[in-house]
Design a protein around this ligand. Sequence first.
Ligand code: HEM
Length: 445
Amino acid sequence: MQTAAAAPLRALAHLPGERGLPFIGHAIEFATDPRRLTHRLQKRYGDVFRTSFLGTHAVVLLGEEALELVLRDRDANFSSRLGWGVTLERLFPNGLMLRDFEDHRFHRRIMQAAFKTAALEDYLDRMNARIAEALPAWGEVREFRFYPRLKQLTLDNAASVFLGVELGPEADRLNRAFVDSVEAALAIVRVPIPGLALHRGIVGRQLLVDFLRARIPERRGSDRPDMFSQLCRAVDEEGRSFSDDDVVDHMVFLLMAAHDTVTSALTSTAFYLARHPEWQERLREVSRGLGTELATYDDLNALSLHQQVFEEVLRLHTPVPYIPRRTIREIEFNGHRLPANTHVSVVPDHTHHDARLWSQPWRFDPDRFGPERAEHKRHPFAFVPFGGGAHLCIGKAFAYMLAKIFLHQLVLRYRLHVPATYAYRPEPVPIPKPVDGLPLTLERV
Ligand code: HEM
């Protein structure tokens, strides 16, 4: 990988902002309350400001225009590889987000084959079956910790849908390896000492790599419907396909990109449904109208109210709240000059709470996504939980599909309750998750 050194602090000294504590910078404030930090710095310096984290100096660009500039990236000024590489390069090398421009387009075109409608329909059948198997076993429980149980379900789902592995000891081993590698990506100690997260993650990644590599020849010749087999067979319009190394790197990355994002969003959705029983009833009424627990691909349009609820939660608790890039040449934004190799962050979570774009932005109000109000259409980059431009989440349709069929089965099977005094305070970064596991009461419908 070509390594360009990030712009040093002196190259950014002309920009408004601050360095925070020596070496640590704003890292602690960011980890504990990133929204408060962003708000404080915005109030003091405006929509473009400099900040520092553990020796990395970055420029934060706020607002929908900044999101459009960076994500649409008409002039190919921003590298995703150099932005995300800081955290993801070691454990998730060569994933789609770690590729730029022509190389990225080449890989994305081939990968698209695994996300076509026919492939999604197959995934849907398998996911429906997994959910229908898991939900009845949850039972009528008073202190039901929603987050860990949902995580188990989404992990089993991934083993089945992504890897084509049935539940059992092998799926458990792969799930553990996968959880270790994701946790390691954000480990504070960046030295692989046995017993610590980074070492566990490297061992976990190797287990996944060995599992995948050993099965590629068989999967290339199979007609199995799982995502791994789809990637092995994927070809673009010009007949180009992935090498064995590509398949391995893309699969490990896909598992990571798909997992915590969906688990986080559906956990937050369960909380808002428990807090707003009137919304549970509205969804239940639509779901009963379908007349089946197992929604088909063609039923998905009828579940638009479920989508509105999911979107409102993606807005309130954006699973990818910050998106990093690095400038590859000097650019100007709103009168500020950013030199080449500046580490840049845009902040969907901030724009998702902007009172200029959203009425009462801190309120749970899924009707704002309905056809009459359509607040998300006030600007093309007002609502970007899946990013935008060339790196727009390739799993967006998959995520909506999974969310809809899950919520459909959930409301048909259970009423969710949470005490009025309960405060939902998910740990905000890197991906929102409740430290207490989200204790809910489940009542059978
Ligand atoms: C609620 C669920 C999800 C959210 C909020 C989400 C969010 C995002 C965002 C914001 C990006 C763009 C990052 C950037 O521009 O730097 C992205 C990219 C990506 N996502 Fe998702 N994602 C979700 C689910 C999924 C799923 C289910 C999959 C796979 C099945 C997936 C696979 C990917 C991949 C491979 C990329 C890289 C695309 C590229 O670089 O071209 N994501 N996701």
